[in-house]
Design a protein around this ligand. Sequence first.
Ligand SMILES: *Cc1c(COP(=O)(O)O)cnc(C)c1O
Length: 413
Amino acid sequence: MDNEDPLRKFKERFHIPEVNGQPAIYFCGNSLGLQPKTAAAFLESEMRSWAEKGVEGHFMGENPWLYARKRSKPLLAGLLGAKELETVAMNSLSTNLHLLLVSFYQPKGKKTKILTEPGAFPSDRYILESQSRFHGLQPKDTIIQVQPRKGEHILRTEDVLRSLRLHADELALVMMSGVQYYTGQWFDMRAITEAAAEKGIPVGFDLAHAIGNVPLQLHDWGVDFATWCSYKYLNSGPGNISGIFVHERHAHRSDLPRFAGWWGHNEETRFLMDKDFEAMPGADGWLLSNDHVLGLAVHQASLEIFEEAGLENLRKKSELLTGYLEFLIRKISGDGGILEIITPSLPKERGCQISLLIHKGGKAVFDALYRQGIIGDWRNPNVIRLAPVPLYNSFTDIYKFAGILEISLREFV
Ligand SMILES: *Cc1c(COP(=O)(O)O)cnc(C)c1O
């Protein structure tokens, strides 16, 4: 499979971390993606502009800082299935989610509730709860978490849709992950968006685990807004810049409440410094500050690799890699007595992550895997998350991993 893999060369474009002096098998791209070897040169180029031109770097050189964010727009739009107008890189994920909720979560009268998934990432829960309090409401009265059925780990789309329709009169917002960080479930974003649209309820997605992982069609699906981070599958470096998507139908809405800043103001008159706020059309209208040039440089290095590899090709390989990993784990673990795979089995319901729920001794297994050069990710109380990333993981990585897992399970479980 590696010999026939058209993307195999991309592994060489990344710095692979070492464990005990040997290159690791890195299955942690869902937490922090690896560093592209080109990233340092992209960063260095902006450092040089700064050194050589000082403030003039805003206007001079190949990539004047005044327009820095524009370079990433077509590449982000491609990953999102969006128009350039609909997306912009800015801030960090949690900040952006708050800014977007200021605009799209407007509880009124009976319609105050938010439909969401259970066990969402803590930041997302804190954000929804604090937004609810910000409007003088109690989170326990406003947040509805659709639960999986008894004995199941993943949510059934039909249950999400039923709950959405049941509560439609009280819902002010539907807010979900695209791909759930813990189970790895890729929700049926299209079905959820269409059901919400039918009832006139805005829909937002947190794409932290979806962007660069699964193909998205945010524009065509009609999603209202989305945000993500760039340091997971997008390989743009720890804490680096996030981005937002706002559907074209909101591009010229001056009626939406928003927390405004000078960079979201009409570019033509921004530097007159005396005008009343007039939002840029599209996602740019949510910008607050001038561009994070150093972060954008590293982001750009990574986005160009995605452009070259092609998301469709990556997805094809991703389905094969993840399927192979699942196949070997099932073969090793037998009937489910030792561990359970809590990630959906159907490719259309997952990205490139497999989450293992180990019934006992999970942490010892995880530590043993690390000692033998496998970098995965441990989540309390008992889940190991593994993400074979098509840009820099191979079929051989998975084969080697399976051998090590088999021995570790025998030793510690
Ligand atoms: C990674 C992740 C975050 C992190 O938020 P930051 O603001 O970037 O620290 C938030 N939500 C989800 C769902 C995530 O997966």
